[in-house]
Design a protein around this ligand. Structure first.
Ligand SMILES: NC(=O)c1ccc[n+]([C@@H]2O[C@H](COP(=O)([O-])OP(=O)(O)OC[C@H]3O[C@@H](n4cnc5c(N)ncnc54)[C@H](OP(=O)(O)O)[C@@H]3O)[C@@H](O)[C@H]2O)c1
Length: 329
């Protein structure tokens, strides 16, 4: 697979997110199968792997560490700190926590769980308004100097906060939700990334599965699946947003591709510094999704998609209110 640069960090042009092995989408496969899928992603050309302290918490980092151990020197491991997780018990408390002493502890513990000596890309998962971002960037800088971290990233942060952080320590990548139906980063964050040479990593690039066309208003969603609590996945919203899936299916048919491939190809075509990370529990779907790299959307295709999209009104907020309020701060 071709490579793209997130700042000065070279990665495969499409990356793999491992959150769904921590049951975010309901039942996860057993450990052996999860490891087979993660290693399979690398066999198919993926070098960027995304996890977080909060996935589990902790268990996802342990899984990813075990899966990638034999190929550690061939991959880029990204993880995140920032939720309020008790470092003794692993219990998740309310809100966020980027206090310097917490960040130092999380990094030491993430390194142990991952079984590595350096985290390639360390994101702040959500901005903590009670800690000046300059202090957070300062701690990351200290961790870089100590050799524990290579690159600094931010997730779901406001453009003004990213700019401030970048003055203390260069931000390599910003990771926020971005896809055909979630356009928030286009207003300020993507222009800022272009200006400062920061890479951009869209999460939920397949709209948490909706943009693949495999989900409709009748698809059952288990209560353990986070989408059961997402305003955009009520049966009503799924029915109302069907026009977007129809558009993807139409373009996909012309391109000899699948809707998932078109959704990812659309992101790749938006800017050369964009590296989407999709998630799936299935190796066959990894293979399908990576096929997006061979789907070319010309300017006329992008125009057609944009014109059709502008005529739609997407129903349902992308996340529940208590989660959404942590973003763009
Ligand atoms: N920074 C943050 O705050 C944040 C938040 C959320 C996620 N993330 C990161 O972003 C990664 C990706 O996010 P995501 O998993 O929500 O995104 P996604 O790729 O948009 O959606 C994943 C969903 O799509 C389904 N899917 C994937 N490929 C498919 C295909 N070809 N056909 C049909 N269904 C398909 C998966 O189901 P199956 O498993 O059944 O295939 C799963 O339900 C996560 O793993 C995580 O690393 C970061």
């Amino acid at each position: 697979m071709k490579h793209r640069n997130l700042g000065s960090l070279a990665v495969s042009e499409i990356g793999f997110g491992t959150m769904s092995f921590a049951s975010a989408y309901g039942t996860a496969p057993d450990r052996a199968e999860a490891i087979r899928v993660i290693r399979g992603a690398h066999d198919l050309g993926v070098t960027l792997f995304d996890t977080a302290e909060a996935y589990g918490p902790w268990t996802n980092e342990e899984l990813v560490g075990e899966a990638l151990r034999p190929i550690r020197d061939q991959v880029i491991i990204a993880t995140k700190f920032g939720f309020n997780i008790d470092q003794g018990t692993g219990q998740r408390g309310a809100g966020v926590n980027s206090r310097p002493e917490q960040v130092r502890q999380v990094v030491d513990n993430s390194l142990k769980r991952l079984g590595i000596e350096t985290i390639d890309l360390l994101y702040q998962h959500r901005v903590d308004p009670s800690v000046p971002i300059e202090d957070v960037a300062g701690v990351v800088k200290e961790l870089v100097l100590a050799g524990k971290v290579r690159h600094f990233g931010m997730s779901e942060a406001a453009a003004s906060t990213i700019r401030r952080a970048h003055t203390v320590h260069p931000v390599t990548a910003v990771q926020s939700e971005y896809s055909l139906w979630t356009r928030d980063p286009e207003a300020e964050v993507l222009p800022l990334c272009a200006e400062l040479g920061i890479g951009f990593v869209p999460w939920s690039p397949l709209g948490a599965g909706y943009l693949t066309g495999k989900i409709d208003a009748a698809t059952p969603i288990d209560s353990t699946d986070f989408r059961a609590h997402s305003p955009r996945f009520t049966a009503e919203a799924r029915a109302a947003n069907q026009a977007l899936v129809d558009l993807l299916k139409r373009i996909a048919a012309v391109k000899g591709a699948t809707p998932a491939q078109v959704a990812l190809a659309w992101l790749l075509a938006r800017a050369p510094f964009i590296v989407p990370i999709f998630g799936t529990r299935r190796l066959d779907r990894i293979e399908e999704n990576l096929g997006a790299a061979s789907v070319t959307l010309a300017a006329a295709d992008m125009e057609e998609i944009e014109t059709a999209f502008r005529a739609m009104e997407i129903k349902g907020e992308r996340l529940p209110p208590h989660v959404l309020q942590l973003s763009y701060r």
